[in-house]
Design a protein around this ligand. Sequence first.
Ligand SMILES: [Zn+2]
Length: 248
Amino acid sequence: MLDQLKCLIEYQKIEDKKNQLVRESEETPLRIAELEREFELFESEFLLKKSEQENARKMHKALEQTIADLEARLSRQRSRQTEVKTNKEYQAIIKEMDETRKEVARNEDSALELMEKIETLGRELKDLEKEVAAKRGALEKDKAVLQEQSDKVKGRLDRLEEIREGVRGRIEQDLLKKMDFLLFKQAGVAVSSVDSGVCQVCHMNIPPQKFIELQRDEDIMQCPHCHRFLYWPGHEGYCFFHEDIENI
Ligand SMILES: [Zn+2]
């Protein structure tokens, strides 16, 4: 087994794990924002209904004032009724009072309708308020769990970084330069296993002679197509590491 190749494989495993953890940690704020949006959407229904009820209350208050004004008018008309001199004037004031009474009745009907609306909204709001409170509680709980997970991921990334530095220290300078260059050029994947003569990253066949050489395990080889470092997992030593990288 080639110790340097083993280091490269381990380094690649660390890079893979690191990328996976970075993606996970980037998902947390997005997931939190998504949960907050869902909650705000639900809460906005509640707030909308609440403002609907407030408007209905204001309108009801205005109607009560209108009714009070009409009652005052009616009372003035009643006083005038006693002061009229002619039958024609009497008939006129009776007609006026009739109109005022009709107007009072119309406004009272509207006020009653509004009152019913306010009560219905009140019942709905009471239920919604409970739901909003429950959802807010659930949101805070979910956020705390996500945050805790995110903190754990950060801890794992720190641990991984330590191991990464250790592995880098064990790789010869020239090889490390090649490895870093390949990681940069080949979308973060610089090492590939070979199965049945096929590079498992670019999926191209490597020449049969090369595959035999790879299995002999004498030199570090690169894929003739994608230039990634190659290893044959038939050598089990290349598949186990002293650090359990997968489960960090
Ligand atoms: Zn390849």
